[in-house]
Ligand binder design. Structure first.
Ligand code: TK8
Length: 372
């Protein structure tokens, strides 16, 4: 028995040792050794269920330094608009090249309207906004060149001027306002809507309360044409039309359709009176905190996403016009009437040339003449 017992005791010892050995190795395995393949990243977050090796003091500090930085983009149009598509393309491009940033896109003026968003960039309380150039005139008066009616004749001409030396010069001008101009996107050719009457000739505008962007040139142009203009942030526009505070507004076809303006407007006129760019702006105080590599990734993505946005915007302009003809009474403006619109507002162009800067206006018009 003893022997048996002795043998039993021995077997018990061996099995206890084996158990102990197994236990020690199992616990070690749970320690998620440095070569653990079980740790996985889900949606940019370290999966908390996966135990990680204890890090030295230095390693944990370096992780903090490498922590992702969130860059928020504020735009005024909604998430159906080609500008939102461009912003999501920008997010995709940046996040595919580096883990340094988490890009968040806020549409429909959730954070701010154009002018307020520009001011937030100046204070460094917002990183990116992509406004129309028109509100920017309140910060950089030379941007008024883009508000001179009937100057840019097509998207292709706009691309040539904006992607050339003149466009580069205009982007540099915003630095004085603690802003960095990175790329030209497209808002597009602006067309008039109203809820009172069809507008086919200049006289039809008489007395119409037209909302304009916060821009003196637009206000003066509509006054000169006989309308009664009022400046307003884009975020307030739909309610103002719904309540009858204004009779009409002017925007590119995609904005008119995708913002559902046809629900509160009956008449659409193909005036095409101004081509408005969108400009991709970055807060300079935030920009200066980035490394040259990070700046290059962001700048390249802003340009590439802008090319994508322009293509999508031109497709949308055709699609939206066809859709709007089903919802609204559409008036073509004849070439003769277009000429009368242009002649009528010549005094406005002359008046604002000095406010914008005679030289920059001449440079702009000379550049345009190369292509149209
Ligand atoms: C959107 C605005 C809008 C502009 C306007 O943020 O205010 O009418 O055309 O697109 O920039």
């Amino acid at each position: 028995m003893l022997k048996k017992q002795g043998g039993l005791r021995m077997r018990t010892k061996i099995s206890n040792l084996l158990m102990l050995f197994f236990l020690v190795f199992t616990l070690a395995g749970c320690g998620g050794g440095s070569n653990s393949t079980s740790s996985e990243i889900i949606d940019g977050e370290q999966n908390s269920d996966t135990a990680e090796p204890m890090e030295s003091e230095n390693e944990s500090v370096s992780n903090v330094e490498e922590e992702q930085r969130t860059l928020r983009i504020s735009i005024g149009v909604n998430d159906k608009h080609p500008e939102y598509e461009g912003a999501m393309k920008f997010k995709e491009l940046v996040e595919s090249k580096t883990d340094d940033f988490n890009i968040e896109v806020y549409h429909s003026g959730q954070i701010a309207d154009d002018r307020s968003a520009i001011e937030m960039l100046q204070f460094g309380t917002l990183e990116i906004t992509i406004p129309s150039t028109s509100p920017l005139v309140n910060f950089v008066r030379e941007y008024g060149v883009f508000d001179l009616p009937f100057t840019i004749s097509s998207g292709e001409v706009a691309d040539k001027v904006l992607d050339g030396p003149f466009g580069d010069k205009m982007l540099e001008l915003v630095e004085s306002q603690n802003l960095v101009g990175l790329a030209w996107w497209e808002n597009g050719f602006r067309n008039l809507t109203n809820s009172v009457r069809p507008v086919e000739k200049v006289e039809d505008l008489k007395g119409l309360k037209i909302r304009t962007m916060e821009n003196e040139i637009h206000l003066d142009a509509w006054r000169e044409l006989g309308a009664n203009p009022t400046p307003m942030a884009f975020t307030e526009l739909f309610a103002a039309m719904q309540q009858g505070t204004v009779d009409g507004q002017e925007n590119p076809y995609p904005t008119i359709e995708l913002s559902n303006f046809y629900e509160v407007q009956d008449y659409l006129s193909g005036t095409g009176h101004v081509y408005t760019p969108f400009i991709f702006l970055f807060s300079k105080s935030v920009w200066d905190e980035l490394t040259p590599e990070q700046q290059t990734i962001i700048s390249d993505a802003a340009v590439e996403a802008g090319e994508f946005n322009r293509i999508r915007n031109r497709e949308a302009a055709e699609e939206s016009l066809e859709a709007l003809k089903g919802f609204m009474t559409f008036s073509e403006i004849s070439p003769e009437e277009h000429k009368r619109f242009q002649e009528k507002i010549l005094p406005v162009i002359e008046k604002h040339k000095s406010n914008i800067g005679e030289d920059i206006v001449e440079e702009f018009l000379t550049e345009l003449e190369k292509y149209q």
